[in-house]
Design a protein around this ligand. Structure first.
Ligand code: AMP
Ligand code: MG
Length: 487
């Protein structure tokens, strides 16, 4: 285990040169204090957990101190926002501090969000507020614990520095970890600015640093694109299966590694609602829960367009066609496991769809339904869950189909079934109201609730003593909270 000043750097992205990023120093925030650190994320850097309590830790992650080997840089990119191409994006308030190499030889980008203005800040102040930093921290670590690919969060620091949003708030910084911060929008930038050499340099960097297994293929760029399609399909399957809504699926928020990236007004579904829109400025529902699948495909098409200088159009088209079948297979596989099915039958898709329709009609809590389904033997579980449905005969019909379906798979002891289902059906979900409670306490200077919530969500599949309150349906005030898009 290492101390903070023992980290080793190898800044590959910085070495690509000034066409890709610009050197900018972090602008510190006043009177920094540590809100929370993730021990698991610290482990990725081989950092000793006790380091979080040192004064140096809060100083470094609030922009006051920097390693001599760090090379802080703002990256340039562009992207499609709500379907429109925006040529003018880039790190407007985040800096890539450098790439740490851990003992296992892995590279981890250290990205400090809220570090001040950069050449890409446009009208923005370069800052991030405490509430949005806490929301990104909690989501990154909670998604990871659920098995959903995501960037990670090392820590959040709070400060006295005032920032103005709808009201006056305080600036904070979040340290994000990811093997790469390259977005679909990076490729779009070099494609639309017609810089073929730089475009190829970017592709070669991503290939060698992040897709080494593709470099040996006959068509390395195509193999890499196929891998992006596969990873994105897998990520979206998990979002849909667990009811995660991203809210701002612009191509500048899509990671080339298929990681959930850039957390804004995201939400997990409480009651199941396919039409749910978590982003209140998304008037058309472009990024509604059920649209995430076609939008991911659309975003991959935008990336494919940006890769046409390197890959033949027909090959790109073929690779794109893999997306939907890959998504469907992965989604159905996970939904089968959530229902406790160990075999695969043709009708399983219909069984899932029919259940979701019933849940939608009765506003049933999405994640708790599956947890409760697995906690008792199937017969009694169905009987108990029946009370949550308005359309009783509809649910009875589904319950009969489900029990018939279970009868066609091997018998097992109830405890075995429960253990298997609990391992894929979380008891604790990052509900908006839970995050809201933690944020309000943190804004008043009490960080204990953020820390408790993070701890509960780090182990979402196992019941934890004294944490029943985190495993309930939201109170009325906590449903459909309006989460501000400003951050
Ligand atoms: P986001 O909606 O967070 O993905 O941000 C979209 C773009 O706006 C990115 O290029 C951000 O860097 C930039 N941005 C967002 N907030 C700010 C801010 N407060 N100051 C400067 N740039 C920002
Ligand atoms: Mg973004």
């Amino acid at each position: 285990m290492k101390a903070l000043d023992e980290l080793e750097f190898d800044n590959r992205f910085a070495r690509l040169g000034d066409a890709f990023s610009t050197q900018v120093l972090p602008e510190p925030i006043e009177a920094p204090r540590l809100v929370i650190a993730s021990e698991a994320a610290m482990g990725l850097l081989d950092l000793d957990a006790a380091q979080a309590a040192t004064p140096l830790f809060a100083e470094v992650f609030s922009g006051h101190k920097l390693w001599a080997e760090a090379e802080p840089r703002a990256m340039v990119y562009s992207g499609h926002q709500f379907g429109q191409y925006n040529p003018q994006l880039g790190d407007g308030r985040g800096l890539l501090l450098g790439e740490v190499v851990n003992d296992a030889g892995e590279h981890w980008d250290l990205h400090l969000k809220g570090a001040g203005q950069t050449p890409w800040s446009r009208m923005g102040d370069g800052r991030a507020v405490l509430r949005s930093s806490i929301r990104e921290f909690l989501a990154s670590e909670a998604l990871h614990a659920l098995g959903i690919p995501s960037t990670r969060a090392l820590c959040v620091t709070a400060s006295d520095t005032p920032v103005w949003r709808e009201r006056q708030e305080r600036a904070a910084m979040l340290l994000r970890l990811s093997p790469s911060h390259v977005r679909f929008g990076h490729f779009e930038y070099f494609y639309y600015t017609r810089q073929p050499e730089l475009h190829k340099q970017l592709a070669d960097h991503v290939l060698s640093a992040h897709f080494p297994e593709c470099a040996a293929e006959e068509q390395p760029y195509l193999a890499m694109f196929r891998s992006v399609v596969e990873r994105t399909a897998e990520m979206i399957a998990k979002w849909q299966a667990y009811g995660f809504c991203h809210g701002v699926m612009n191509t500048d928020n899509m990671s080339i590694l298929g990681l959930t990236f850039d957390f804004g007004p995201y939400a997990f579904l409480d009651d199941f609602d396919a039409r749910f829109i978590c982003n209140h400025s998304d008037n058309q529902g472009r990024y509604a829960y059920s649209n995430q699948v076609p939008i991911a495909h659309w975003n991959l098409s935008a990336l494919a367009q940006a890769l046409t200088p390197l890959i033949e159009v027909d090959a790109l088209r073929e690779a794109l066609e893999l997306f939907l079948p890959l998504f469907q297979a992965s989604y159905l596989d996970l939904m089968r496991r959530r229902l406790g099915l160990v075999t695969a039958e043709e009708e399983d898709q219909g069984l899932v769809e029919r259940l979701l329709q019933l849940m939608q009609n009765s506003a049933v809590d999405y994640n708790l339904f599956f947890r409760h389904l697995g906690e008792q033997a199937p017969g009694p579980a169905i009987k108990q869950l029946r009370d949550h449905f308005v359309d009783l005969s509809g649910f009875d019909g589904w319950g009969a189909l489900y029990l018939d379906r279970l009868a066609r798979q091997p018998d097992e002891a109830p405890a075995t079934r429960t253990a298997r289902m609990n391992a894929v059906n979380p008891l604790y979900i990052l509900r908006n109201y839970l995050a809201q409670n933690a944020i309000e306490a943190a804004e008043a200077g009490d960080y204990s609730e953020v820390r408790r919530l993070h701890q509960v969500l780090s182990n979402p599949f196992e019941a934890q003593a004294g944490m029943d309150a985190y495993a309930q349906r939201p109170p009325d005030w906590g449903k459909h909270l309006e989460i501000s898009c400003s951050s």
